[in-house]
Design a protein. Structure first.
Length: 102
């Protein structure tokens, strides 16, 4: 693992590291971009591949966050993943609120 970026990972809740529904707390130094590639779970039942890219760019006293999602649908009948974009927007706002209060 990239120990110069990820300082520690702790299991907060759940039966163990390999179990669905477990909650992990990541301690890391973010300097730019973090990418998440999903390999299993609900999303992969609908999409052949899924990658979310989280990019943080400093802007004076704050930062700008940009999410990019790369995906391939299982078939043409699968709708565009608009609800996942809404989830990422909500998640980003919650992180923003949390960081303002620590």
């Amino acid at each position: 693992m990239a120990n110069q970026v990820v300082r520690d990972v702790k299991l907060v809740e759940g039966s163990g590291w390999g179990y669905e529904g477990s909650v992990r707390q990541w301690f890391f130094v973010a300097r730019g971009t973090i990418a998440h590639k999903l390999v299993e779970g609900e999303i992969i039942k609908t999409f052949k591949s899924w990658k979310s890219i989280f990019n943080v760019m400093p802007t004076g006293e704050g930062s700008l966050v940009k999410w990019t999602t790369e995906f391939e649908k299982q078939n043409d009948d699968v709708p565009d993943p608009v609800r996942y974009g809404e989830f990422l927007t909500t998640w980003t706002k919650n992180v923003h609120t949390y960081l303002l209060n620590i």
